[in-house]
Design a protein around this ligand. Structure first.
Ligand SMILES: Cc1cc2nc3c(=O)[nH]c(=O)nc-3n(C[C@H](O)[C@H](O)[C@H](O)COP(=O)(O)OP(=O)(O)OC[C@H]3O[C@@H](n4cnc5c(N)ncnc54)[C@H](O)[C@@H]3O)c2cc1C
Length: 435
């Protein structure tokens, strides 16, 4: 059994490794160094395009827990990262070049992998894993559009921050939809007085932003402008835009607030709330500092930060099933950032999952996603749950079923127990030589 993997980034190497570990052969298409992307600098597999930090290793942090799951499942990215780690406190920080060299050596010396150094401009025959990343080449993107239908492949993301619902001050916020009068509604509204708005505005205008990359110059669409760009258009633009208070009455004083930040449920349980219309390029610590000036968010815990960058990804809930197959063509699997996750490790994890899924499926077996009590299962559930406005997601505890801060240790233990159980259930304990 031979499986084609398009893209030799973090997801592609994970996918290829899982395919060969399960006894299959992989043909890995990587276009670099023949054709390059605007962010990569070398022809090495698994090159990190920006930070060399793979984030926390602490098990009580969702990023740390995700890494532990990947270690349990035999991740080549984790193994190589640990071999090339440099001191980074509680974060797994790698020597960038040794890390990519290590992954390249490991894949190049795998007799079951054939590396083809050219741009895939069409989807090959047979079982295929597409792991071409946020900077997928244009010709391949066009081929993916044919399969996912127009409008379901995006080229930029404009992400608003998400906060932990429990961390929002309920004495300083109120539930209402615009024009509803009964204190119920879909939005948790965070009102600001004129003075509070002015202070917030001044901080927003002055906040440090992440610099645009050369190739990201004209990334903005009018409908999803960064909040700071809107603010630069005039002091009242936000009060008439995403912070407009029309149709809202603050039950504390029966009056319309000067401005309002609306929080919308991101999950059915309502444990994660999205700041509606607050897509931003502010640096992460600046997002915490500035958004905490909104009175109800003074102690907000941020589960996801806002961002806007060049990113190729599918409308996962419409395009993917739980096996990470395209609904429109089940011989094709998606892995990595293009599947709708955000971040190095999340991308690698989706490569690992797609590799296992493609292999088991190709040999007539059955792949079921890990339970949603695990990071892997929770991310796949996020990708495959229909939502109004799908946006890429990084791992955070808000996604895990049954997770509770009060019983954090038990939730972590359960997660690891469940991923081990899933590994046994899928028959991944031993290498299976007949993929
Ligand atoms: C500029 C930028 C900075 C980022 N910084 C961070 C960060 O600091 N931390 C973080 O956690 N996440 C970051 N991300 C997000 C994301 O986690 C990384 O991009 C991650 O590398 C995605 O992994 P991937 O395997 O999906 O894609 P990639 O690692 O990009 O791998 C995709 C591979 O596919 C190849 N390819 C593309 N098209 C074709 C084709 N047609 N044929 C053959 N090969 C092809 C590419 O050359 C590339 O090697 C960043 C993203 C971008 C765009």
């Amino acid at each position: 059994m031979e499986i084609a993997v398009i893209g030799g980034g973090l997801a592609g190497v994970e996918a290829a490794r899982q395919v060969t570990r399960l006894g299959g052969n992989a043909v890995l298409y990587e276009m670099r160094p023949v054709v390059t992307t605007p962010a990569h600098r070398s022809g090495l597999l698994g090159e990190l395009v920006c930070s060399n930090s793979l984030k926390s290793t602490d098990l009580t942090n969702a990023h740390g827990l995700l890494k532990e799951e990947m270690r349990i499942l035999g991740s080549i990215v984790i193994e190589t990262a640990e071999q090339t780690a440099i001191p980074g406190g509680k974060a797994l920080v790698v020597d960038r070049e040794r890390f990519a060299l290590g992954l390249t050596d490991s894949i190049e010396s795998d007799p079951r992998v054939r590396i083809v150094r050219r741009e895939a401009t069409a989807i090959p025959e047979g079982t295929v894993i597409i792991a071409s990343g946020p900077l997928t080449s244009d010709r391949l993107a066009n081929a993916i559009i044919q399969l996912t239908h127009a409008g379901n492949l995006f080229f930029y993301d404009a992400i608003s921050p998400i906060v932990d619902a429990e961390s929002v001050d309920r004495d300083k916020s109120f539930y209402a939809s615009r024009w509803s009068r009964d204190g119920t509604g879909d939005y948790l509204n965070c009102p600001l007085s004129r003075e509070e708005y002015d202070t917030f505005y001044d901080a927003l205008i002055a906040a440090e932003q992440i610099e645009l990359k050369d190739f990201e110059g004209a990334a903005y669409f009018e409908g999803c402008l960064p909040v700071e760009v809107l603010a630069e258009r005039g002091k009242k633009t936000l009060a008439f835009g995403p912070m407009k208070p029309v149709g809202l009455v603050d039950p504390r004083d029966g009056r319309r607030p000067y401005a309002v930040v609306q929080l919308r449920k991101e999950t059915a349980s309502g444990n994660m709330l999205n700041l509606v219309g607050f897509q931003t390029r502010m640096k992460y610590p600046e997002q915490e500092r500035v958004f905490r000036m909104i009175p109800a968010l003074r102690n907000a815990v941020f589960l996801r930060y806002g961002s806007i960058h060049r990113n190729t990804y599918v409308n996962a809930p419409l395009c993917l099933n739980g096996k990470l197959q395209l609904k429109s063509d089940e011989r094709i699997f998606l892995a990595g950032q293009i599947s709708g996750v955000e971040g190095y490790m999340e991308s690698a994890l989706m490569g690992l999952m797609a590799g296992i899924s493609a292999c088991l499926t190709a040999r007539g077996g059955d792949f079921v996603p890990p339970p949603p009590t695990t990071c892997s299962g929770a991310l796949i559930r996020y990708l495959t749950t229909e939502t109004r406005n799908f946006q890429p997601m990084n791992i955070n505890f808000g996604l895990l079923e049954g997770y509770s801060k009060k019983t954090k240790e038990a939730s972590v233990e359960r997660c690891l127990e469940d991923i081990r159980g899933w590994k046994r259930q899928m028959g991944l304990e031993k290498n299976t030589p007949s993929c």
